[in-house]
Design a protein around this ligand. Sequence first.
Ligand SMILES: [Zn+2]
Length: 406
Amino acid sequence: MTTCIACGSTRVEPFLDLHETTLANKFLAPDEIGAPEPRHPLVVGFCHDCSHVQLTHLVPPPEMFDDYLYISSLSKTLVDHLHGLAATVIERFRLGAGDLFIDVGCNDGTLLSEARRRGVRILGIDPARNLAPLAKKNGVDTLVAFFGAETARAVVAREGQASVVTATNVFPHIPALDDLVTGLDVVLKPGGVFVAEAHYLGDLLDACAFDTVYHEHCSYWSLHAAQRMFQRHGFEVVDVERLPIHHGQLRLFAQRRGEGRPSPAVATLLADEARRGMTGIECYKAFARRVEAIRAELNAAFAGFKAAGKTVVGYGAPAKGNTLLSYIGFGPGQLAYIADKSPLKQGRVTPGTHIPVVGPERLLADQPDYVLLLAWNFADEIMAEQAEYRARGGKFILPVPEVRIV
Ligand SMILES: [Zn+2]
């Protein structure tokens, strides 16, 4: 049993062990192969006191976030989403030139550049040194730091209090939740609002997306756990939305208790989670059994391919692919290579499993019999791009929510 990062309870029970893995974003360049790769246990637990789902072994955030390769503006969908969020927040809370808008984990400044364009005062906060110059180019000044009480006090001294703090996708990265909410209490002016987005645990269960578990994500948020966490600190979730982006997101609006009027959406989703059993561990044990079944099925299918002399490669080298490969136990013996569009990843090998990453043109050049789709969340887009490969008889293997060959 480990300690719950959301409520401090020691009644956190592990329910899914994805074994020891390397950090999912550490793709290796050729000259790095052979150097020691640190491995960390990847185990997910459930808190019997507040229902929070979290990793039981945390990797110190500076190891993962000081130098960060994921850049918001590379995805058109994500840029539109972040600009839309800036617009929504500014209109909903009627922000103007006198308001300060802070984005925690501001990355390359995509969200704040839109807030700035709309005439609101902005400040980005992000620990990644390599991203600050990119944000600057987008007109966004970044304070290179993790956000917490200390950073919040420094910001207030320099800029005054903020009307809005956003945290998109970084909310699940933050293990020091007490410090986060203390910081919000310091930095938000009366009536101010915290807007967080996170992969939604309900969607993770629906998609059996066990591969979205990796060390960067220490929390897997349900509304239930988030509400309990904020209430412990005198805040409350006043509104919630579910969004289709990424693998299904939760957008939360939290304010100091009594400063906002909770919308009916909050009670509706809490009731839905209770009905699904998300406040008890059985639901998560059932999920772990589905994950185990996927592993068994993929291993059986690949043994059959090998016996029949079939060739198999992978498509897509997202961080989550590395959780899947490591847990299933696949290496270059199972997948000769992985095709991916990102030039940053081509020429490298996957962390831990050392499968070479190549350009997608290899699919038509080699015409392998099967392609394991690791970037399954883009299945429609990828299969449309690879229509020729399929027309020639090639088949895709989708690993989740259950194994399918199409
Ligand atoms: Zn807890």
